[in-house]
Design a protein around this ligand. Structure first.
Ligand code: BEZ
Ligand code: FE
Length: 309
């Protein structure tokens, strides 16, 4: 028995499309491929698939891409797939350096209600982080200069959001996240805590440092070919959740960082930048007596309601 068409089993030689797929090139080939995607599972699937085909074919024709170049692109994507594991997601990194992640974030969260702007999630989030009380030190021995961070979590109406959960993670002064050390037994520079009844949060940590994104794989090779910097400006990651509010994934960036305008993943928004102020040894804002110099940084977050546009 010859194989039958699974979509149209009664007619093994005829596709669901009336047009022939024979003898096609150029615009006629594009049109035939578009027609082949015209009856997808859902209107949204059809629209996305057809737009992708339209842009892909236009790109191939416009650049007059050679078979050798197309093969190189496929080899590149194969390498991206091979290096991807549970611990390393090279496809997300690729999406980040192409600006695709930020484009999707901008489309999904247009920020029209005054809520805090979102930015890239990044690969270093860990779902199970240690719990801290408001005011604790989440650095847990991570190398760096002490830094006190605090602020208020509010709704777009300005109401404090008591009990908002803040997940925090950051790189140390050498530019490494705890998960990048092979020999660390416990989390360092990451944790979660809850805002108090006035929506206030506070914690001690270390001043974050700028760092290069992982560039020992195909995405690093792409950046090198483009003569692009892999550096990200110093930042602290936050994921903030509260019932009735849309989860916020964002960073707070250090104002004096030299990489704010050349972020490898295009994640910086001016509204997310705050000063990290240096202080001589003495009494910190929470009353702690500091024997060494230290930093303070304040950032207030605003959450959109779940049903926001
Ligand atoms: C990060 O900030 O952790 C990050 C974001 C995108 C790519 C690599 C790292
Ligand atoms: Fe980061």
């Amino acid at each position: 028995m010859p194989p039958t068409d699974p979509v149209n089993p009664t007619s093994p030689t005829q596709s669901t499309e009336p047009e022939s797929t024979r003898n096609l090139s150029g615009a006629a080939l594009t049109d035939a491929v578009l027609a082949s995607f015209a009856h997808g599972d859902s209107p949204r699937f059809t629209a996305i698939a057809q737009s992708l085909i339209q842009h892909l074919h236009a790109f191939l024709v416009e650049t007059r891409l050679t078979e050798e170049e197309w093969a190189a692109a496929i080899t590149f994507l194969t390498r991206v797939g091979h290096i991807t594991t549970e611990q390393r997601q090279e496809f997300i990194l690729l999406s980040d350096v192409l600006g695709a992640s930020m484009q999707v974030i901008g489309t999904t969260y247009p920020c029209v209600n005054g809520e805090t702007e979102s930015t890239v999630f990044g690969p270093f989030f860990v779902a199970e982080s240690p719990h801290f009380a408001n005011g604790d030190d989440i650095a847990r021995g991570a190398p760096g200069e002490a830094c006190h961070m605090w602020g208020v979590v509010r709704s777009v109406e300005g109401e404090p959001i008591a009990g908002a959960r803040l997940e925090i993670w950051q790189a140390d002064e050498d530019g490494f996240y705890d998960v990048q050390y092979a020999d660390l037994a416990a989390a360092r520079g990451r944790g979660h805590l809850f805002a108090d009844d006035d929506g206030r949060y506070a914690f001690w940590t270390i001043r974050p440092a700028a760092y290069p994104i992982p560039s020992d794989g195909p995405v690093g090779d792409l950046l090198k070919a483009a003569r692009r910097s892999p550096m990200r400006p110093a930042h602290v990651h936050f994921k903030i959740t509260a019932p009735g509010y849309r989860p916020l994934i964002t960073h707070v960036f250090a104002q004096d960082d030299p990489y704010l305008d050349t972020d490898a993943v295009f994640g910086v928004k001016s509204s997310l930048i705050t000063p990290f102020e240096r202080h001589e040894p003495g009494v910190a804002p929470d009353g702690r007596q500091m024997a060494t110099s230290f930093y303070t940084a304040r950032y207030d977050f605003t959450l959109a309601p779940t049903d926001a546009a």
